[in-house]
Design a protein. Structure first.
Length: 286
């Protein structure tokens, strides 16, 4: 064969599916994260509240356990939107802590070791890379948010019957959609911190500081300008307002669910733009 016929030729063989290429990084990242002791500790501690809520549901659906108690106890032992709101607020904190533990190690090592050109030289786009890293946090944070919430809902349906499901099916949508929004915001914050801060501990602290600083800024804005729209800048309060709307509850004072949604969408797009700008296959150093 002539030498010129041995030149570069585009690969024409079979390729793996697009989904399988995206799932390569999440699969190895999950294995690495589950091998970290701190991840196991956070997951174990975060399961305490769901177990307590499961016990609450069991007691609430067995009237013989609290017969003879006053009306206040009867109203307290009620599985309604308030029950799921308290559960979501508690587990959202554990999701934030878990993101601070798992998020910093996702992108920083690739940037520090100049691995992005290696990724992007394969049939993997920048969007695929971001989605694969988001899937890592989605899988981890779902273990402490959506999955326990839906299991509690199924448990309540099993004990209360199909009639309860017909009247309260919106709670399933509320916990699933509400936690999905929270996971998206927390994941984008963790990934952005990982992309811009190389040190793992500092990046994890920055994830927690992001929500703390915005909460303080919202309180200052409300106090200085004597308004209540500053609550929308606080991701936790804004998300709580959205959750109350999805759980068919009365809204709190301040911006409504739609206004809070727009602020969080804008916040998410800003984080995504900052993350996309950092993820480049080549970098010119001047």
């Amino acid at each position: 064969m002539a030498v010129y016929k041995r030149g570069y030729q585009r690969y024409q063989g079979p390729r793996t599916s697009h989904l399988s290429r995206i799932m390569v990084m999440p699969r190895f990242s999950w294995q690495r994260l589950m091998g970290m002791k701190i991840t196991i500790v956070v997951l174990a501690v975060s399961m305490v509240w769901p177990l307590m809520c499961a016990a609450f549901i069991y007691v609430a659906n067995h009237a013989e356990l609290w017969q003879g108690m006053g009306g206040d106890m009867v109203r307290f032992l009620n599985i309604n939107g308030r029950f799921f709101e308290v559960f979501m607020n508690t587990q959202a904190v554990f999701a934030m802590i878990l993101a601070a533990v798992a998020g910093p190690g996702l992108i920083a090592p690739d940037l520090a070791n100049n691995a992005l050109p290696l990724y992007f030289s394969r049939p993997l786009t920048r969007g695929d890379y971001i989605i694969s890293r988001l899937l890592v946090l989605l899988g981890m944070l779902s273990l402490v948010t959506m999955i326990p919430a839906l299991l509690l809902f199924v448990m309540q349906v099993g004990l209360a019957g199909w009639g309860w499901l017909a009247d309260h099916w919106i709670y399933a949508w509320g916990v699933f959609g509400g936690f999905a929004l929270w996971i998206a915001i927390v994941s984008l914050v963790a990934m952005a911190c990982s992309a811009y801060v190389k040190w793992r501990v500092i990046a994890g602290a920055l994830v927690l500081a992001f929500f703390t600083i915005l909460a303080g800024a919202a309180s200052i804005m409300n106090a200085v300008f004597r308004v209540d729209w500053g609550r929308a800048v606080n991701p936790a309060l804004a998300m709580n307002q959205i959750w109350r709307s999805m759980l068919d509850m009365e809204p709190l004072e301040g911006p409504g669910a739609w206004a809070c949604s727009m602020v969080l969408v804008l916040m998410g797009l800003t984080l995504l733009a900052a993350l996309t700008r950092k993820l480049r296959p080549v970098e010119v150093v001047k």
